[in-house]
Design a protein around this ligand. Structure first.
Ligand SMILES: [Fe+2]
Ligand SMILES: [Fe+2]
Length: 146
């Protein structure tokens, strides 16, 4: 099994993306270390986070008219559909199939991050500062007022 592991080689220098990638690695690691009983819940958390992760990247690409958007968005959609199938498998007790999927996702993530996401991060870093500030605000989780 290929276990997901964070390394600084995954850092792309676009903070909102690096943050979401770190969180993804944490959640996938939790799923890969989960017991059979914990796996359905842990897998659901991976899928929900991935919906948000891909959704943000898709939105950045659309808003900034990124030239390779079509291929990147399509890849997100295909992968997310596969991961969603895993929710049903986990609930049906097909634990080994979900563990296999998690292992493939770990490999896919490293490749995707270092290719398509790296190109997107570079593009985002070249956006005007005002655009970056807008994006950063979008990812801030507002604390309740004191
Ligand atoms: Fe990503
Ligand atoms: Fe991506």
């Amino acid at each position: 099994m290929n276990k997901v592991q964070w390394s600084d080689g995954l850092l792309l220098g676009f903070e909102p993306m690096d943050k979401v990638h770190r969180d993804f690695v944490d959640l996938l690691a939790t799923a890969q270390n989960a017991s059979d009983a914990q796996l359905p819940g842990a897998w659901l958390a991976v899928v929900e986070h991935t919906e948000d992760h891909f959704g943000r990247e898709d939105e950045w690409m659309r808003r900034t008219h990124f030239s390779s958007a079509e291929n990147h968005i399509l890849q997100h959609r295909v992968v997310l559909n596969v991961l969603r199938d895993g929710i049903g498998m986990a609930r049906a007790g097909e634990i080994e199939r979900v563990r296999e999927m998690a292992s493939e996702l770990a490999v896919w993530f490293a490749k995707h991050t270092q290719s398509l996401d790296a190109a997107l991060a570079l593009h985002m870093r070249r956006q005007p500062a005002s655009e970056l500030v807008r994006k950063r605000h979008k990812t801030v989780h507002h604390a309740p007022a004191p």
